[in-house]
Design a protein around this ligand. Structure first.
Ligand SMILES: NC(=O)c1ccc[n+]([C@@H]2O[C@H](COP(=O)([O-])OP(=O)(O)OC[C@H]3O[C@@H](n4cnc5c(N)ncnc54)[C@H](OP(=O)(O)O)[C@@H]3O)[C@@H](O)[C@H]2O)c1
Length: 268
């Protein structure tokens, strides 16, 4: 698995699995929890090690159990989770500590590789106290890296004013319908690693275009778009319930797009 360095010197796999519908009825985001983590088991068996969950997905505990039951050394995994921005989770420092400790317990681990703030926190005081507790957990070794998600450039600049630890990652939407190229460039220029969520969402027209490019490499539209992202420095977390697609997504890492094709794809 290819890795990339974060601004704190740690390394993150370039490709992981999303989980936001895992462990749920009908594979639906808002579906009732049913404990079915077959898709995650298959991803792990295939070699996925970066696993992206969140408190709001309600499945941290199932993810933790599946990782544990894989029998693979915890150190081989890269676990990401996210704190929601409602008062219930971030009202004051003690509440944030409780939330983070609950994630550690749910994930059955004594450290989390990457902890993100799920979306921008409008209230400056709450943003500051949440970040300070995340930093506190880094200093205790309970979290290795901290970052944000869906933060605009202005949100990142707000954090800059008081953060002792710079965010390592900003997880944002990025796919052919909305690459967010400028936003991604801003992060890369500041050594904040962009991570793309919802990477597979696209249109039939884009699929045809990407399949055409893929013909030169013997690759599909999905593999081409994932390679475009990793080749330009974006970590991706595609999610699939289908082992064939899970395998295809992993195999996006075994070829390189030409500079010419990179430019064409950027212009979609
Ligand atoms: N930070 C945030 O605010 C945020 C927001 C949304 C998501 N996320 C994270 O990002 C992860 C990924 O996003 P997502 O789950 O919304 O969407 P996604 O990964 O872009 O797309 C998932 C869909 O793509 C299909 N798919 C996957 N690989 C494929 C392939 N090779 N060929 C054809 N179809 C393929 C899957 O169908 P099959 O199951 O049939 O393969 C599934 O329907 C989430 O699971 C979550 O962990 C974060």
């Amino acid at each position: 698995m290819e890795h990339v360095r974060l601004n704190n010197g740690t390394r993150i796999p370039y490709l992981g699995t999303g989980t936001n519908t895992y462990g749920k009825e009908n594979n639906e985001y808002n579906g009732k929890l049913n404990g079915d983590f077959t898709a995650l088991e298959s991803a792990i068996e295939m070699g996925y090690r970066l696993i992206d969950t969140a408190i709001s997905y309600r499945n941290e505990a199932g993810v933790g159990k599946t990782v544990k039951e894989s029998g693979i050394d915890r150190k081989a995994f890269y676990l990401t989770t996210k704190i929601p921005v409602d008062d219930e989770y971030i009202k004051d420092k003690e509440t944030v500590r409780k939330t983070l400790n609950q994630s550690l317990e749910n994930l059955e681990t004594d450290y989390i590789d990457l902890y993100l703030i799920h979306r921008p926190i409008e209230n400056d005081e709450k943003l500051k106290l949440t970040w300070e507790v995340l930093e506190e957990f880094v200093s205790k070794g309970k979290i290795k890296s901290i970052g944000v998600s869906n933060f605009s450039n202005e949100d990142l600049e707000k954090l800059d004013k008081f953060a002792t630890i710079k965010p390592a990652v900003n997880q944002i939407k990025s796919n052919p319908t909305q690459w967010n190229n400028e936003w991604i460039k801003y992060m890369l220029d500041r050594d904040i690693r962009p991570q793309g969520w919802g990477p597979m969402k696209t249109t039939d027209q884009h699929k045809d275009y990407l399949n055409k490019i893929g013909e030169n490499y013997g690759k599909t539209w999905g593999q081409v778009l994932l390679r475009y992202q990793t080749q330009r420095g974006v970590v991706v977390i595609p999610k699939s319930h289908n082992p064939v697609n899970q395998k295809a997504n992993l195999e996006s890492l075994d070829f390189l797009l030409s500079d010419e094709d990179m430019v064409k794809i950027a212009q979609l």
